[in-house]
Design a protein around this ligand. Structure first.
Ligand code: NAP
Ligand code: MG
Length: 366
């Protein structure tokens, strides 16, 4: 069995003796800053002065300064800005303020794994990656519980990188649920594969294809929506609670029979071959290179696909059906440019970083 660390394995005193800069105050940033503060750690948040989040940081009683000033002050720097922003922020604000003996931390290994950062050899580099969206990391902490997390050490200049990362994990509350040791490569590659093949790409494509097959055949879009999207949550909840066995135990024998006959017709040898190709492109850096180029080039393709997807017929029928179910959280926040009952939500309908905190799966996957 893999090594799993719990509260008793970590010494909170280590991180309490350091000065921690939290760069970014989005989904993960606000949870890390607040949990660490509540665990007795000295924290400063680093944000651009123009950031709308600065007011929120101050309202929570925390100190916010510019990223470079936060890095200069700190001896532990946790990087919680978007992965696509990290290389530039590192060059401008982090690298000039890294001193021998400092610790640089991440919540996802993308930039370290794909070598976009020119890191000096005399600092420690580690990762604490909660396996949950930031708002859950905060909520569960306040309830006295925690989310699981992954720990990795990329560079151990001091010889104490592991103990410090574990101490940070305890302050964040994740050693309450369990912290599993991994590497930057394993965390990054499995994370990218999971979101492309299964969690985001695979599931959305499956939902849309099922919906389109039914509506093309003349069935009502409302019925197709409930069948192919809404009910997915009920099935996933059963899987989450007790694995595939519990889901199959809970559904009817007919549904279970359909599981065994239908599954292999959808995920064929061809699909598996494509999954292996996808994984190979992640491992050899092809995927990362393309995404970085797309981002730097202005995200034209990405924005076009996003706009098209936001107006898919399943979103139209879904928006009006969900508006009749006010108990659903998703009827609250508006996603800029997406379909809402009676039209399209305004661009910038909410402050940046906010919908990363809504209970959506995507936020959990970065
Ligand atoms: P996020 O919600 O998008 O928040 C990003 C934060 O960074 C915002 O506060 C934003 O400022 C700030 N920011 C953006 N550009 C900046 C810049 N140039 N300088 C300073 N601050 C800047 O990001 P996130 O989802 O928390 O992701 C942070 C890291 O955690 C990523 O490495 C991600 O892979 C990892 N992670 C995320 C999750 C998750 O659940 N979201 C889970 C595990 C790991 P504003 O507030 O002004 O927009
Ligand atoms: Mg410093």
């Amino acid at each position: 069995m893999k090594q799993v660390y719990y509260d008793r394995d970590a010494d909170l005193g280590i991180i309490q003796g350091r000065k921690v800069a939290i760069l970014g105050y989005g989904s993960q940033g606000h949870a890390h800053a607040l949990n660490l503060r509540d665990s007795g750690v000295t924290v400063r948040v680093g944000l651009q002065p123009t950031s709308a989040s600065c007011a929120r940081v101050r309202a929570q009683g925390l100190t916010v300064v510019e990223p470079a000033a936060a890095c200069d002050w700190a001896d532990v720097i946790m990087v919680l800005v978007p992965d696509t922003v990290q290389a530039a922020l590192f060059k401008d604000a982090i690298r000039p303020n890294l001193r021998s003996g400092d610790t640089l931390m991440f919540a996802h290994g993308f930039n370290v794994r794909f070598g976009t950062l020119d890191m000096p050899g005399d600092v420690d580099v580690s990762m604490i990656a909660p396996k949950a969206p930031g708002h859950r990391v905060r909520e569960l902490f306040e309830e006295g519980a925690g989310t699981p997390a992954l720990l990795a050490v990329h560079q151990d200049a001091s010889g104490a990188a592991h103990a410090l990362a574990l101490s940070y994990a305890k302050a964040l509350g994740v050693t309450r649920a369990g912290v599993i040791e991994t590497t930057f490569a394993e965390e990054t590659e499995t994370d990218l594969f999971g979101e492309q093949a299964v969690l985001c790409g695979g599931v959305s494509a499956l939902v849309k294809a099922g919906f389109e097959t039914l509506t093309d055949a003349g069935y009502q879009p409302e019925v197709a929506y409930f069948e192919c999207l809404h009910e997915l949550k009920l099935i996933v909840d059963l899987m989450y609670q007790g694995g595939l066995n519990y889901m199959r135990y809970s559904v009817s024998d007919t549904a279970e029979h359909g599981d065994y006959t239908g599954g292999p017709r959808i995920v064929t040898e061809e699909t598996r071959k494509e999954m292996r190709r996808m994984l190979a492109e992640i491992q050899d850096g092809t995927y990362a290179r393309r995404w970085i180029e797309e981002d730097r080039g202005g995200r034209h393709w990405f924005n076009e696909v996003r706009a098209r997807e936001q107006r898919h017929p399943i979103e139209e029928v879904g928006a009006s059906l969900r508006s009749m179910m006010p108990f659903l959280k998703s009827s609250g926040p508006q996603i800029p440019g997406a379909v809402v009952p009676g039209g399209i939500a305004a661009e910038n309908a909410h402050p940046a970083g906010e919908f990363a905190q809504v209970g959506n799966g995507a936020a959990a996957l970065e």
